[in-house]
Write a protein that binds this ligand. Structure first.
Ligand code: BT5
Length: 326
């Protein structure tokens, strides 16, 4: 744990709100001057830390920036996700960064955030708008013990986790649209991009990419998205703390990943169905060049969508774009 994490932990955990320089230096086994230097550094990053000769140090406010040490300090202990967090000012795509780490053999659970992405992407090479410091653009490396055909479970689990995190932090009630969209009043507020490397019978690694439109204003979206996309700030009428939401997302993901790892996908699927807009609806699904119409019946135990086609067959759909027929 870095010194910054330990200092932030101590300030957050202080019983009467303040910790003296002497206590910090003793607890962390460094000089008081070293503590002071780190406090100055945290202040320059925007942390509002009061230093009073009588009371000691007090954390009064934190900035809306993503800072790896701060995120680690807030997150505390998790089973897998977030035991290593890295933040970049700018990347092409956080999925690219994770892919490189995966190939280098890094352990699962590492999370990469970028304040902005120059080539953020959706499925099938679509563009994902990722303006600086307005959203959460993150990717996570997983090495699940799953067969490739069950990997869609992870997208389903991510959607349920993301929905819960957004609800707990904002009070908004998002819906899930199969397979990877989080919507508020029909507008997209978050998307998930699951990429994987697999052999025939087992998954080598999965990269879970998540984009959440947190504090974007209308003008941050390109004109063609303004009617179909929204942000949490736009729906709530006030900005949302990105570090707090980031930590909630990681905690919920960790929880659902554990549910999948312990064979409880059915409980995740039940929760998904409860909040999904797709089940029970007449839909058209575009997958590659195919268009299939039918009624979305349920979620299969591998995470696929089970569709009763207009010809009466039950089809397992593992990818595609869903349009609800009104
Ligand atoms: C997705 O694809 O929804 C997956 C998005 C995943 C983004 C994250 S950000 C961190 C990580 N790094 C990456 O490079 N990607 C992941 P899809 O279902 O194909 O939707 C893409 C479509 O959503 C686009 O064609 C646009 O119509 C729309 N779109 C683009 N940017 C958007 C935004 N910021 N908010 C809402 N909709 C957007």
């Amino acid at each position: 744990m870095s010194l910054d994490v330990q200092i932030l932990n101590a300030l957050r955990g202080a019983r009467d709100g303040a910790v003296s320089g002497a206590d910090l230096s003793q607890k962390l086994h460094v000089s008081r001057a070293a503590v002071w230097a780190r406090i100055e550094d945290l202040r320059s990053l925007g942390y509002d830390i009061e230093a009073s000769p009588h009371r000691g140090y007090r954390l009064l406010g934190t900035p809306d920036v993503l800072h790896a040490d701060d995120l680690l300090s807030r997150l505390g202990k998790t089973k897998v996700i977030g035991r290593d967090i890295r933040v970049f000012e700018e990347t092409t795509s956080t999925n690219d960064v994770i892919e490189k780490l995966a190939r280098d053999g890094v352990k699962e659970g590492v999370v990469v955030f970028a304040e902005s992405q120059t080539r953020g992407r959706g499925r099938l090479g679509r563009k994902w708008t990722s303006p600086a410091k307005r959203g959460l653009w993150l990717s996570i490396l997983l090495r699940p013990d799953l067969r490739p055909q069950d990997a869609t479970r992870l997208t389903v689990a991510s959607a349920t986790a993301l929905r819960r995190a957004i609800e707990s932090q904002t009070g908004l009630k998002p819906d899930i649209k199969w397979p990877n969209d989080i919507l508020i009043y029909g507008k997209k507020v978050a998307g998930i991009l699951t990429e994987m490397s697999a052999e025939l019978d087992h998954v080598k690694y999965v990269i879970l990419g998540i984009g959440v439109d947190v504090n974007l204003s209308q003008g941050d979206f390109p004109p063609e998205l303004r009617k179909v996309a929204t942000s949490l700030k736009a729906e709530l009428g006030k900005p949302v703390s990105r570090p707090e939401l980031a930590v909630a997302v990681l905690r919920e993901l960790d929880h659902d990943y554990a549910r999948i790892a312990s064979g409880q996908f059915a409980t995740v699927a039940d929760e998904w169905e409860e909040h999904g807009t797709t089940i029970g609806q007449e839909v058209t699904i575009r997958t590659g060049d195919r268009r299939i119409r039918g009624r979305a019946e349920s979620l299969g135990e591998d995470g696929a969508l089970l569709l009763r086609t207009e010809h009466g067959h039950l089809e397992r759909i593992i990818g595609g774009d869903v349009t609800l027929e009104k």
